[in-house]
Design a protein around this ligand. Structure first.
Ligand code: NDP
Length: 462
C-alpha cells in the first residue's frame, strides 16, 4: 500500500535525488521518490556513462592502427553500430535496474511518473491522481540540453539526448559548441569514423580551462581529422533530401547527415509548481539555495544541476548526501565547491584540478610559478602517431603551495584524481618533488619537473 504521508519526497531519480533518498531512508526517514523518465538520471541514462562507453568504442580505431606498428595483423576493422548500440543500451538498462533495487532495498517508495509541488508540504502525482503529504520536499530534477541559439531549421538538429537514439553512425556530422559535450562527442564521432566538423563561436575550445589545455586540444583535434570552425556560428539548417544543409556565418554551406547542438544545458525547473510556493528561479531557471541546499521555503531543498552550482555528477551526489545528513541525520553538512577535479573525455583526454594559470595570476600576480612539460608519449615513439602529452603545475611561489594541475593526454582523467587528493591536502611543490617517480610512465613528469617554465612575459623563479 503506497504511503500518503512521508518525511521526504524526492522529485527526480538521478544521481543527487537517489543518493539523498537512500541516505535519508538510512537515517530512518520515510521516503518516496518520483522519476518521470528512467531511474539513474542524465548521468546514467544519457550522459556520463553511455558517453564514456562511446568514448571507449571510439578509441579502438587508434588501437587498431597502432597495433600494426607493434607487429599485429588486425585485418581491416569495421564498426557495427548496431552491436555497439545494443551492448551500450543493455548496460544502461542493467544500471537502471540496479538503481531501482538500491532504492527498494533502502525502503524508498518509487513512483514512475511526474511529480509537482502543490504547496510547501504536499506533492501531487497528476498521472495517478495521488496527493502525498511530505515533511520535506527535495527538488533534484537536473537540467536539460538547450537548442540555442534558435535558428531557422533548428528543429532538424539533435541534442546530446538524440545521440543515444541514433540507429546508424553518421558519415558526416557537424557538432556545435565548445564545451564539455561538444568536445567529447566530436572526439567520439571522429574516432568512430564520421567526418566531423566542430563549430564554436569562440576562438578556442573549453572556455575557463587552462590555456595550455585549450591550445593543446585545439592543436590535437585537427591532427585527428576533426575540422575546427572557430569564431563561427550556425545561421540556418535546411533539409535537402537525405542530408542536412548547414549555412555557417562565414558563408560556407556544409552537407552533413546529422547536426549535434551542444551549447549548454538549462535547469529543468519549469512547470514544477515553484511559483505556487513562492520560489523564484534565476534567469536560466536555476533554483537558488544556501550552503545546505535550502531554498527560500524552509521545507523545500534542491540539489544537483537544477541549482546550477557545479554541474557534475559527483557534486550532485555530495549535495544529496549532505542534504540528507543535515535534515535527517542531525549532522549539518555544507558541500565544499572549492576544489573540484574534472575530466574531459576528449581524445586526447583532459584532467584538471585547481586554478588555471590565468586564474592563479589574477589572484597571486607575479608570484605564480609554472612548471610544464610537453612531450611525445612513449607509445607514440613506435606508432609514429603525431601526438603530445602536456602536464602543467601551477604553484604559488612564496608558499610553494600547488594551486593547480592540468593534464592533456592518455589517462589524464585517471591521473588527476590522485593529484586532487594531494591538492586537497595542501600539497606543496616540494611534496611533489620528494615523491618517488613511477617509471616509465607519463605521470612521473608530475614529480620530476624541476625547472620553472619561463615565458616572455614573466620570468618565474621558484
Ligand atoms: P558547457 O557550458 O560546457 O558549454 C557550452 C558551450 O556552448 C560553450 O562552448 C559555449 O560557448 C557554447 N554556447 C553557449 N551558448 C551558445 C550560443 N547561444 N551560441 C553558440 N554557442 C553557445 O555546456 P555543455 O552542454 O557542453 O555541458 C553542460 C554541462 O554538463 C557542463 O557544464 C558540464 O558540467 C557537464 N558535463 C560534464 C562532463 C564531464 O565531467 N566530463 C561531460 C559532459 C557534460 P562560450 O564558451 O563562448 O560560452
Amino acid at each position: 500500500m503506497a504511503r500518503d504521508e512521508v518525511d521526504l519526497f524526492v522529485i527526480g531519480g538521478g544521481s543527487g535525488g537517489v543518493r539523498a533518498a537512500r541516505i535519508a531512508a538510512g537515517h530512518g526517514a520515510r521516503v518516496a521518490l518520483a522519476e518521470e523518465y528512467r531511474l539513474g538520471g542524465t548521468c546514467v541514462i544519457r550522459g556520463c556513462v553511455p558517453k564514456k562507453l562511446m568514448v571507449y568504442a571510439s578509441r579502438f580505431s587508434d588501437e587498431f592502427e597502432d597495433a600494426r606498428r607493434f607487429g599485429w595483423d588486425v585485418g581491416e576493422p569495421r564498426l557495427d553500430w548496431s552491436i555497439l548500440k545494443r551492448n551500450r543500451d543493455a548496460e544502461i538498462a542493467r544500471l537502471e535496474t540496479i538503481y531501482g533495487s538500491l532504492l527498494h532495498t533502502a525502503g524508498v517508495e518509487t513512483h514512475h511518473e511526474r511529480a509537482l509541488i502543490e504547496d510547501a508540504g504536499t506533492v501531487v502525482l497528476p498521472g495517478s491522481g495521488r496527493r502525498i503529504k511530505a515533511g520535506h520536499i527535495l527538488i533534484a530534477v537536473g537540467a536539460t540540453p538547450t537548442l540555442d541559439p534558435p535558428i531557422d531549421g533548428g528543429e532538424l538538429a539533435m541534442t546530446s539526448n538524440g545521440v543515444f537514439d541514433l540507429e546508424r553512425r553518421p558519415d558526416r556530422i557537424l557538432v556545435i559548441g565548445g564545451g564539455y559535450i561538444a568536445v567529447e562527442f566530436a572526439g567520439v564521432f571522429a574516432g568512430l569514423g564520421s567526418e566531423t566538423t566542430l563549430l564554436h563561436r569562440g576562438d578556442k575550445l573549453l572556455r575557463g580551462f587552462d590555456e595550455d589545455l585549450r591550445d593543446g586540444l585545439g592543436e590535437a583535434y585537427p591532427k585527428r581529422g576533426i575540422a575546427l570552425a572557430l569564431g563561427t556560428t550556425l545561421e540556418r539548417i535546411e533539409r535537402a533530401g537525405e542530408v542536412l544543409r548547414a549555412t555557417l556565418s562565414d558563408g560556407r554551406v556544409l552537407e552533413v547527415d546529422d547536426i549535434l547542438v551542444a551549447t549548454g544545458r538549462r535547469p529543468h525547473s519549469g512547470g514544477l509548481g515553484l511559483e505556487r510556493v513562492g520560489i523564484e528561479t534565476d534567469e536560466i531557471g536555476a533554483v537558488p539555495v544556501d550552503v545546505y541546499s535550502r531554498t527560500s521555503v524552509p521545507t523545500i531543498s534542491a540539489v544537483g544541476d537544477v541549482t546550477n552550482r557545479a554541474n557534475l555528477t559527483p557534486i550532485a551526489i555530495r549535495e544529496g548526501h549532505a542534504f540528507a545528513d543535515t535534515v535527517f541525520g542531525g549532522k549539518p553538512t555544507a558541500v565544499d565547491h572549492g576544489l573540484i577535479p574534472t575530466g574531459v573525455f576528449s581524445t586526447p583526454e583532459i584532467g584538471t584540478v585547481g586554478m588555471s594559470e590565468v586564474a592563479a595570476r589574477a589572484r597571486h600576480g607575479d608570484d605564480v610559478v609554472i612548471y610544464k612539460a610537453s612531450f611525445r608519449p612513449m607509445k607514440a615513439t613506435i606508432t609514429g602517431r603525431d601526438e603530445r602529452t602536456m602536464m602543467k603545475i601551477v604553484v604559488d611561489g612564496p608558499t610553494d603551495r600547488v594551486l593547480g594541475v592540468h593534464l592533456l593526454g592518455h589517462d589524464a582523467g585517471e591521473i588527476i584524481q590522485l593529484a586532487a587528493v594531494a591538492l586537497g591536502m595542501g600539497a606543496t611543490k616540494a611534496d611533489f618533488d620528494r615523491t618517488v617517480a613511477v617509471h616509465p610512465t607519463s605521470s612521473e613528469e608530475l614529480v620530476t619537473l624541476r625547472t620553472p617554465f619561463v615565458t616572455k612575459k614573466s620570468v618565474a623563479v621558484g
